[in-house]
Write a protein that binds this ligand. Structure first.
Ligand SMILES: [Cu+2]
Length: 232
């Protein structure tokens, strides 16, 4: 092999390793039968909300499970990482109000990181944040109104956002004082990026199904840890 192609090969190898360098990844699966979700029937009593759903009401989203058991909305984080949040330097996270629902319903962010709340609906919402460890706030947001910006100084799990106009609207915001967390997507997958090598306890929490922990060692090429949840 010529020197240049050897260097190229080394470079590509390094890039490939870098791509997966020290990411903690995994898949969350639900095993069993989840309780049936219910139609959000109060929507039909509100004409402006009902108008958004001419062909059927949306359902609750307590257990978002895919065809093969992929479990979304599980908040995964490394324990013992307190005090490492880059705060305001982290890019903002968006929480929208769309179809008289919060989208997404489960949010995770860092202390000091901006949470941008939007109103994409053709009507008013009243955004009521009801934290335990952070200050409460209650703000009206008109249709197409200016974004509401929130930051939280203290870590807190499943901080409740609700709408005081539409009592079925909830979102749950988890705040970490470090960047080592993720929420599982519709495919059940999660990725916690750029984890320093070392031994950790990884915690996975589903709001209805509870918490699980796993011990893992993160090496230079990262680590994989899956979780399986069952009905309580
Ligand atoms: Cu509302």
């Amino acid at each position: 092999m010529k020197k240049t192609s050897l260097l190229l090969a080394i470079g590509l190898l390094a890039a490939a390793q870098c791509l997966h360098a020290a990411d903690v990844t995994g898949v969350i699966t639900f095993q069993g039968t989840a309780p049936a979700e219910k139609e959000i029937t109060p929507i039909k009593d509100d004409p402006s909300c009902a108008a958004l759903y001419p062909s059927g009401l949306p359902k609750t989203r307590f257990y978002v499970v895919g065809a093969n058991g992929e479990l979304a909305d599980v908040v995964v984080s490394l324990k013992g990482m307190s005090g490492k949040s880059p705060g305001a330097a982290a890019p903002p996270v968006t929480l929208d109000q769309k179809g008289a629902l919060y989208v997404p319903q489960i949010v995770a962010l860092q202390t000091g990181q901006k949470l941008v709340v939007k109103n994409s609906d053709p009507f008013i919402h009243n955004v009521h944040a009801k934290p335990v460890a952070n200050p409460e706030s209650n703000q009206v947001q008109m249709s197409g109104g200016a974004d509401l910006i929130y930051t939280f100084d203290r870590p807190e799990l499943f901080l409740k956002f609700q709408c005081d106009v539409h009592p079925w609207m909830f979102a749950w915001v988890s705040v970490f004082d470090h960047p080592y967390f993720a929420a599982s997507g519709a495919d059940g997958k999660f990725t916690i990026k750029n984890v320093p090598a070392g031994k950790y306890t990884l915690e996975a929490i589903h709001r209805k199904l509870g918490a699980q922990t796993a011990e893992l060692e993160v090496k230079a090429d990262g680590a994989v840890q899956n979780f399986t949840f069952s009905p309580k």
